[in-house]
Design a protein around this ligand. Sequence first.
Ligand SMILES: C[S@@+](CC[C@H](N)C(=O)[O-])C[C@H]1O[C@@H](n2cnc3c(N)ncnc32)[C@H](O)[C@@H]1O
Length: 177
Amino acid sequence: MGHIKNLDLREIYSNEIPSTTYLTHGIHPYTAKLIPHIPRYFIEKYTEKNNVILDPFCGSGTTLLEAKLLERNAIGIDINPLAILLSEVKTTHMDVEELKHAIQLYKENLKESEGKIFVEFPNIDYWFCNKAQNDLARIKYSIETFSSKVDRRIYKFRICLAHFKQSSLTSNFLSSS
Ligand SMILES: C[S@@+](CC[C@H](N)C(=O)[O-])C[C@H]1O[C@@H](n2cnc3c(N)ncnc32)[C@H](O)[C@@H]1O
């Protein structure tokens, strides 16, 4: 594959791929995530529309989403349940209005969540400060309440966003959500 050594994939796809986080690619961080340019290049080079692409270590689903965008069928496998969740959410079509409504519902649940639930497990104080414990408990309450009222696809989408915000230690999460 010596002939592809000097390709500038960011330059080649500067129109089609405006950033590495475009569409749902940026929905959540993931270790050793590919930039979408890489699977796009190989999918275009070695496959045709309607072919089936298998990514046996799909991680956050970068290849799966690029495959879908290029009208290929894709199968992803991963040992990590978070990877499966992200891949599913990343590649599932959702109606924007339906999603906005669900997010509104989630915010309402969050407002009423204070003091409703307490999460406990051994050494919790070692892993999380009091504020994080409280924030996580409120998010758990909101997600659980929310899950009974909306479609599973939206439920999963919202979990990803909540998890992302919490894991990136956004200090004003509860006030801005
Ligand atoms: C480098 S990551 C893939 C990242 C992916 N290309 C992306 O863009 O998000 C490698 C993945 O392989 C998965 N993995 C490692 N060993 C595995 C195994 N034995 N079976 C299935 N998945 C495995 C890990 O859970 C991880 O998600």
